[in-house]
Design a protein around this ligand. Structure first.
Ligand SMILES: [Zn+2]
Length: 125
C-alpha cells in the first residue's frame, strides 16, 4: 500500500548506515586482533591454520585455546570480508540470492553475509 515507486535498483538501500557499519566493523576488528594478540596469536598469523590444527601434541587445554582462537579468527575474517565488500560496493548484498540485506539486519550483524530469507531457508534444513 505504499505510494513509493520502486525506482531504486541495484543500489545498496539508503537506509543502511554504511559509515556506522564501517565504524562498528573496524572497532570489532581491532578488538578481535587485540584478543588474539593477548593470546599470542597476533600479527599476520592468519595463514598457518593447517599446521596448527595438524599438530599432534595438542593437549586438552591447548585444544580449548585452539577452539577459541579459531572462533576469533573466523570472526576476524568475517569482519575483513565485510570491510573489503564495503570498498568494492558489494556490502549488504546477500551472497546467496544477490538481493540487498535489510538495514536492520546489518545494524544487528554488520558481518551478515546472507539475507534473512536465505538464513531462514538454510536453518530449516
Ligand atoms: Zn538471500
Amino acid at each position: 500500500m505504499s505510494s513509493k515507486k520502486t525506482e531504486i535498483s541495484q543500489e545498496v538501500p539508503e537506509a543502511v548506515d554504511l559509515a556506522g557499519a564501517r565504524k562498528a566493523l573496524e572497532e570489532e576488528k581491532v578488538s578481535l586482533q587485540q584478543k588474539l594478540e593477548e593470546m599470542g596469536f597476533g600479527g599476520s598469523g592468519l595463514e598457518y591454520d593447517d599446521n596448527f590444527a595438524d599438530s599432534s601434541q595438542v593437549t586438552a587445554e591447548r585444544g580449548e585455546v585452539e577452539t577459541l582462537v579459531a572462533q576469533l579468527r573466523e570472526a576476524l575474517s568475517d569482519v575483513e570480508v565485510a570491510l573489503s565488500k564495503m570498498s568494492s560496493n558489494r556490502y549488504g548484498i546477500c551472497e546467496n540470492c544477490g538481493l540487498p540485506i535489510s538495514a536492520a539486519r546489518l545494524e544487528a550483524i554488520p558481518t551478515a553475509k546472507l539475507c534473512i530469507t536465505c538464513v531462514a531457508q538454510r536453518s530449516r534444513r
